[in-house]
Design a protein around this ligand. Structure first.
Ligand code: NAD
Ligand code: WQD
Length: 351
C-alpha cells in the first residue's frame, strides 16, 4: 500500500463505475475493507449484480449500488444528488480489442461518450478527483522494453484509441485554469495484464463465452471445460519463442488504485503511471507455472500467431513507486494459485 500517504479512506465516499466487473469488484471490496463508503454503478453489460452479495460478505458491510449506464446523464445526476461523492474511479468500459475493430462506433460511444457524460455531471457536482482505467495497449508495439510512461503512444485498435482519447480528454481537463479553485486532479493508470483473483476464491474474473485472454483460457482447460490451449505463435523473437507480457496480480492492481486515490485526496498532482510488475513472462512460462503450482494438466498446441499481437512488452514501474510508493508484491505463482482457487470455488467452472 502507499507507504507515504497519511490519508485514510474512512468517511470518504467514492463513486465506482463498472463496479460489478473484474477489476471493479476487487477494488470495491478493498475500498470497503478500508472503511470507505462506496456507491457502485454498472449497467451489467459484462457482469451481474450477483457479485455484490459476495463483496458484501467479504467486506462485512453493505454499500449502495445503482443500475445505470454512464452515458445516462439523468441517472448520474440522481446518483450525485443523492450522495456526497469525494472522488470517482471509472472502470466502466468495453474492453475487447477484437470486438472494437468490428464495432468501432459501439466502443467510441461507450468508452469516449461515456467518459464525457460522466465528467460533465461530476463537474456540476464539484467532484474533481478522478481515477481512470487506462491500458498498456496505448503503447502499441513498443520500441524498447521495459516500457516507461514517456514511450511513444500508438494505439493500434479502436479499443486502444478510446483509452488514448480518454487520457487526452483528462490531460486537457487537468490543465485547464482552476475555476472557483476547483482543479481537476486525475490519475491515469496504465494496466499491463491483470490476472488472478481475490485470495478468498469468492470473486474473480467471469468472462462470458470463450475467453479471449490467456489466463482465463488456461483455467478453463485445467478445469476440463476446454480440451486444450492454443498458444498463438511459437516463433517470436523471445527466449522461448512465445509472447512475453507483464502479468500483474489483481490485488496488486487494486492497491495501485487505492494508492492513486489517496494521493489525489491528499491534494497530490495529476499523474499517469504504469501498473505492472516490471517482469516479463512468456506464455509458456505462465502455463508451466500454472501446471506446477496447482498440480493440474494443461494440454496445449502451437497455433498461428494471433493478428495484432506484439512479441513482448513489460512495464517500467518505477514512476508509480516514486510518485505513489506503490509496487507489485505478488509473483506469478501467487497469480496462478489464486486464479485456480477462484476457478475451483464454483461448481459450474468445473467439468
Ligand atoms: P469488465 O468488463 O469485467 O468490467 C467493466 C464493467 O463496466 C462491467 O461490469 C460492465 O458491465 C461495465 N460497463 C461497461 N460499459 C458500461 C456503461 N456504459 N455504463 C455502465 N457500466 C458499464 O472489465 P475489467 O477487466 O474489470 O476492466 C475494467 C477497466 O479496466 C476497463 O476500463 C478496461 O478497459 C480497463 N482495463 C482492463 C484490462 C484487463 O485486462 N482486464 C487491462 C487494461 C485496462
Ligand atoms: C496474452 C498472450 C496471446 C490466449 C489484452 C489486451 C490489452 C489488455 C490486456 C485491456 C498473448 C497469448 C492468449 C490464448 C494464447 N486489456 N494467448 N492463447 O493480448 O497481451 O492483452 O489484455 O486493456 O489491451 O490486448 O492479453 O491474455 O489476450 O494474451 O497463446 O488462448 O497470450 O497471443 O501473447 P494481451 P491476452
Amino acid at each position: 500500500m502507499n507507504a507515504w500517504s497519511q490519508t485514510t479512506l474512512d468517511h470518504r465516499t467514492v463513486l465506482v463505475t463498472g463496479a460489478a466487473g473484474y477489476i471493479g469488484s476487487h477494488t470495491v471490496t478493498e475500498l470497503l475493507r478500508q472503511g470507505c463508503r462506496v456507491v457502485a454503478l454498472d449497467n451489467y453489460c459484462n457482469s451481474s449484480p450477483e457479485v455484490y452479495r459476495r463483496i458484501e460478505g467479504l467486506a462485512g458491510t453493505t454499500f449502495a449500488h445503482v443500475e445505470a449506464d454512464v452515458r445516462d446523464g439523468a441517472a448520474l445526476e440522481k446518483v450525485l444528488s443523492n450522495h456526497d461523492i469525494d472522488a470517482c474511479i471509472h472502470f466502466a468500459a468495453l474492453k475487447s480489442v477484437s470486438d472494437s475493430i468490428i464495432h468501432p462506433l459501439r466502443y467510441l460511444d461507450n468508452n469516449v461518450r461515456g467518459l464525457l457524460v460522466l465528467l460533465r455531471v461530476l463537474q456540476r457536482y464539484h467532484v474533481h478527483r478522478f481515477v481512470f482505467s487506462s491500458s498498456a495497449t496505448v503503447y502499441g508495439d513498443p520500441v524498447r522494453v521495459p516500457v516507461a510512461e514517456s514511450a511513444v503512444l500508438n494505439a493500434t485498435s479502436v479499443y486502444g484509441a478510446t483509452k488514448l482519447m480518454g487520457e487526452d480528454i483528462l490531460r486537457r481537463l487537468a490543465a485547464a485554469p482552476a475555476e472557483l479553485e476547483e482543479t481537476w486532479r486525475v490519475a491515469a493508470l496504465r494496466y499491463f495484464n491483470p490476472v488472478g483473483a481475490h485470495p478468498s476464491g469468492q470473486i474473480g474474473e467471469e468472462p462470458l463465452g470463450i475467453p479471449n485472454n490467456l489466463m482465463p483460457y488456461v483455467m478453463q482447460v485445467a478445469a476440463g471445460l476446454r480440451p486444450k490451449l492454443s498458444i498463438f505463435g511459437g516463433d517470436y523473437p523471445t527466449p522461448d519463442g512465445t509472447c512475453v507480457r507483464d502479468y500483474i496480480h489483481i490485488q496488486d492492481l487494486v492497491e495501485g488504485h487505492l494508492a492513486a486515490l489517496k494521493h489525489l485526496l491528499d491534494g497530490g498532482a495529476s499523474l499517469t503511471v504504469n501498473l505492472g510488475t516490471g517482469r516479463g513472462t512468456s506464455v509458456r512460462q505462465l502455463v508451466e507455472t500454472f501446471v506446477q503450482v496447482n498440480g493440474v494438466t494443461v494440454p496445449y498446441e502451437f497455433a498461428a500467431r494471433r493478428p495484432g499481437d506484439v512479441a513482448q512488452y513489460f512495464a517500467d514501474p518505477s514512476r508509480a513507486r516514486e510518485l505513489l510508493g506503490w509496487q507489485a508484491r505478488h509473483d506469478l505463482a501467487d497469480m496462478c494459485r489464486d486464479a485456480w482457487r477462484w476457478q475451483c470455488s464454483q461448481p459450474q467452472n468445473h467439468a
